[in-house]
Design a protein around this ligand. Structure first.
Ligand code: FPP
Ligand code: MG
Ligand code: MG
Length: 339
């Protein structure tokens, strides 16, 4: 795999467009109740760590630029990009809502190096602030006035819920299946990226069946899978400080991800441990050591590389541009990220 544009910083390409996102969203989250306002604003306040990497808005805006219509006037381009900026904010609001709810479901104490919303306030406040963010995102989506975009983004909401359900309720057989793991990963992570990239192309004026729209969705799909697979790898390899959340969490939550699934092909004794959701005494540590003693981590990296390359290939169906190269660069960055 070669990196055609190692000098491009994709985050810098849209930095000026991302900068006002937090304060704009925070302004739009004023509610009559002060706890609702501050809990919903938690990840849109000041401070870089709380904001996270803003990966989703970055890819939406890069995709917006990369799909900008060649024959459009300056005014038309500005109008399209303005709507793509709103789409970027909507995408981040949906993502943030899902994280706030996710930390309730996972009983996680920390997020992005700080307190999870339900730990700062309460479970009830966290559930409601996630709902509230979704409500405000829905209004903003409706205001975009693009029926297909509304529909695509709504599909991603359903997929996010579906992914959580798949994770919550799985049979022993499903927990041993790499296919089940990948479908779940698509639902919980890649779907929002795929549908928002597709929506960005739609807002550039492309038809839903146009090859550019299809390539945009394909990029989000494969980039999202690579992103989640690396996330699952980091749960095994990174320490809690760099992650901003404790490591080896997945197995502690009973979840089998790519490293342990691959390892189980070499070490059948892992299958029983996976089936019982790492619930026996010492299971997590035992499984961890078996993974380290297998090709599990290396094969997981290869799986992520495969999807990263597929995302690069999707970009190659887009017309050449600096932002397209920024998207390609992101496919490389995603493989080397450490948090
Ligand atoms: C993080 O996964 C969780 C998600 C990306 C999606 C969570 C989705 C829901 C809770 C469904 C509800 C959806 C909405 C829109 C409110 P993780 O727990 O594996 O990652 P983590 O380590 O970052 O917690
Ligand atoms: Mg979680
Ligand atoms: Mg979760």
């Amino acid at each position: 795999e070669t990196d055609p544009a190692p000098s491009i910083d994709p985050f810098k390409l849209v930095a000026a467009d991302i900068a006002p996102l937090s304060s704009q969203v925070a302004d739009g989250l004023k509610a009559s109740d002060p706890v609702l306002t501050s809990s919903a604003q938690h990840f849109f306040g000041s401070g870089r760590t709380r904001e996270g990497k803003r990966v989703r808005p970055v890819i939406v805006l890069l995709m917006g630029n990369a799909t900008a219509a060649r024959d459009a006037s300056e005014e038309e381009l500005d109008a399209a990009f303005e709507r793509q900026q709103r789409l970027a904010a909507i995408t981040e609001m949906i993502h943030t809502a899902s994280l706030i709810h996710d930390d309730v479901l996972d009983a996680a104490d920390t997020r992005r190096g700080g307190s999870a919303v339900h730990r700062m306030y309460s479970n009830k406040a966290a559930v409601l602030s996630g709902d509230f963010l979704l409500a405000r995102a829905s209004i903003a989506l409706a205001k975009l006035g693009h029926t297909q975009v509304t529909q695509e983004m709504a599909k991603s909401l359903e997929a996010l819920v579906q992914g959580e359900i798949m994770q919550l309720k799985s049979t022993a057989e499903e927990r041993l299946s790499l296919e089940y793991y990948l479908t779940k990963s698509y639902c919980k992570t890649a779907s929002l990226m795929a549908f928002s990239c597709k929506s960005s192309a739609l807002l550039s004026g492309y038809d839903i069946k146009d090859s550019v729209t299809v390539a945009a969705e394909k990029f989000g799909y494969h980039f999202g899978l690579a992103f989640q697979i690396i996330d699952d790898l980091l749960d095994f390899t990174a320490d809690a400080d760099t992650l901003g959340k404790p490591g080896l969490q997945d197995m502690a939550l009973g979840l089998s991800t790519a490293p342990v699934l691959y390892a189980a092909e070499e070490r059948p004794e892992l299958k029983e441990i996976i089936a019982r959701k790492f619930g026996g005494e010492g299971d997590v540590l035992r499984a961890f050591n078996l993974v380290l003693d297998s090709e599990g981590l290396a094969r997981t990296k290869q799986l992520a590389m495969f999807h990263s390359q597929a995302a690069v290939d999707a970009c190659c169906s887009l017309p050449p541009s600096e932002c397209r190269d920024g998207l390609i660069r992101l496919c490389h960055i995603v493989l080397s990220r450490s948090s």
